[in-house]
Design a protein around this ligand. Structure first.
Ligand code: ATP
Ligand code: MN
Length: 523
């Protein structure tokens, strides 16, 4: 397969990709002109089918295990050849793109996709090179995305028919058996998460970022669904990026991407106007239900993980280029379904390191029909599935940068209040926004005083007693429960989960980091 062949469509414009998708009956236009497609069997990433080729380059650097699973060079080469053979006589879509808004750190990408809409995703999400840059484009990394190719586990060494495999030697992300577009962006994110710290001393981060009128940068870490995209889209601040950034040795934050990938479950124009208005011609909706041309955002019959991708300039207020100075405020977002963590609290530097390594949020796991229980979920660096190195390497870099920059670190619980999932409710987005805004406007003190802060008796974090735009009672999770005994029972249950999870880092973590954890409850 090469660029000269007539069945290779190179660098098509969004209009052309949309037309082809419609002609192939692979998508529909909505009433706002957005293209809606279905990604097929997979509507989310498949972490168990992600591998890294274990070879001279990676063997001693990658933190191997359940997350970074090794794949042999022989199997990789065999599989890649078969994928290329599979694509040989098909129409394929190819485009050049960048990852990384700073030229000195960016990767030049070639993205080859079996489907036209996957290529539109690549157009939306990566950085779009200028026309003049295409001629002598020096491609370094390749993404090959072949959802229609199914692997044979016996023959290829995969777990099942779908796979996402990174080879740092071949500089390739090889994807097959899944049409979920997120694999494309998170594949390159994984590559950067290895290359940037190892080669450039840049800290890669799973976070969103924006900047205020005075040039003050804020970054928001958090696992999926905790609010990175939602809270960074703020009309009064310029968006730097919504999911992946690097922090350079010379005190800059830069976006890796050229677009946003937002969840659209229950999306409304009132609570998320920026995202709502970005869903126009050129945007790509995934796995939504359309009725008479209109999207029903409440319909989750295909998946809860309904999504839209669009180029970053579909958001009105953006920073150009996508670069900011050292952050003044760092937010750790968590959606605590136990309803225990305060909706906003200030962390000490020990607590910041502890919470970063822990990477807590919770999942609502379905058990029997109609009965669901929250489960604690810990993912180091708020993004372990994308981090090839040992989490402590990223954590040490972050701690150093926090100390050097003097950034304030805040823990924001965007999850439950008034009780756990099933009893309480998710905290109102307008309250979370008010807390974030109060911090960004300097209205919550960055120094502890008894009058301003209450120290949480289990987690030790500093809970503000008042916050503009938020009723006082909402700031105290214990107060919202109206049942102290039940609250503390749950709080200790959660703190024990934290401690159990932290055991695997115990031998790496120094006394300072360990001091950032919750109280023991095992006397
Ligand atoms: P991903 O890494 O998967 O992109 P994310 O961190 O960007 O995830 P969002 O896309 O911002 O997460 O998802 C947060 C979801 O939670 C949105 O659907 C948002 O409407 C909803 N939500 C409800 N209440 C809140 C709240 N108080 N704060 C933030 N988000 C909330
Ligand atoms: Mn997001």
């Amino acid at each position: 397969m090469n660029a000269e062949k007539p069945n290779v469509f190179f660098q098509l414009e969004p209009d052309e990709l949309i037309d082809i998708t419609l002609k192939n009956n692979e998508g529909k236009l909505t009433d706002t002109g957005s293209l809606a497609i279905n990604t097929g069997k997979f509507t989310g990433r498949s972490p168990k089918d992600r591998f890294i080729v274990k070879d001279d380059l990676t063997e001693n650097k990658v933190s191997w295990g359940d997350i970074n699973q090794p794949f042999s060079t022989e199997n990789y080469e065999q599989l890649k050849n078969e994928v290329l053979e599979y694509l040989e006589d098909k129409n394929v879509f190819k485009r050049f793109a960048y990852a990384g808004a700073l030229e000195e750190y960016r990767l030049n990408l070639e993205v080859i996709t079996e489907y036209s809409w996957s290529n539109l995703f690549a157009y939306n999400m990566f950085i779009r090179p200028a026309e003049a840059d295409l001629e002598n484009f020096d491609k370094e990394w390749t993404v090959i995305d072949a959802p229609g190719f199914l692997a044979d586990p016996e023959k290829h060494g995969t777990r099942q028919e779908n796979f996402a495999i990174l080879s740092f030697t071949d500089k390739t992300v090889l994807i097959g058996g899944t049409g979920y577009t997120g694999e494309i962006k998170k594949g390159i994110f994984s590559a950067l998460n290895f290359i940037l710290p190892v080669e450039h001393h840049v800290l890669p981060m799973h976070c969103s970022a924006n900047v205020g009128e005075k040039g003050d940068t804020a970054i928001f870490f958090g696992l999926s669904g905790t609010g990175k995209t939602t809270l960074s889209a703020d009309p009064s601040r310029k968006l730097i990026g919504d999911d992946e950034h690097g922090w350079t040795p010379d005190d800059r934050i830069f976006n890796f991407e050229g677009g946003c990938y937002a969840k659209v479950i229950n999306l409304s124009a009132e609570s998320e106007p920026d995202i709502y208005n970005a869903i126009k011609k050129g945007s790509l909706l995934e796995n939504v239900i359309i009725k008479d041309g209109k999207v029903d955002y409440s319909d989750t019959s295909i998946t809860q993980n309904t999504r839209v991708s669009y180029p970053i300039h579909f958001i009105k207020n953006i920073q150009k280029p996508s670069v900011g100075k050292n952050p003044k405020n760092i937010f750790f977002l968590t959606a605590d379904a136990f309803g225990v963590l305060p909706p906003v609290s200030k962390l000490t530097s020990s607590q910041a390191a502890y919470h970063f390594i822990s990477g807590y949020t919770s999942k609502i796991a379905g058990t029997e029909a109609g009965i669901v229980d929250p489960l604690p979920s810990f993912s180091a660096c708020f993004g372990a599935p994308f981090m090839p190195l040992n989490p402590t390497e990223y954590a040490e870099m972050l701690s150093e940068k926090i100390d050097k920059s003097g950034a304030n670190v805040w823990l924001i619980n965007t999850g439950w209040t008034g009780g756990p999932y099933g009893v309480g409710s998710r905290i109102k987005l307008k309250y979370t926004r008010a807390m974030v805004n109060a911090i960004l406007e300097g209205k919550l003190p960055s120094r502890y005083t008894y009058e301003k802060y209450h120290i949480h008796s289990v987690f030790g974090v500093a809970q503000p007693r008042t916050c503009p735009g938020v009723p006082d009672k909402v700031l105290s999770p214990r107060a919202t429960w109206n049942d102290d005994k039940a609250y503390y029972t749950m709080a200790f249950k959660l703190s024990n989960s934290f401690r159990k999870n932290f055991e695997k880092f115990e031998s790496y973590a120094n006394e300072d980091i360990r001091r950032g954890g919750p109280q023991r409850f095992d006397f």
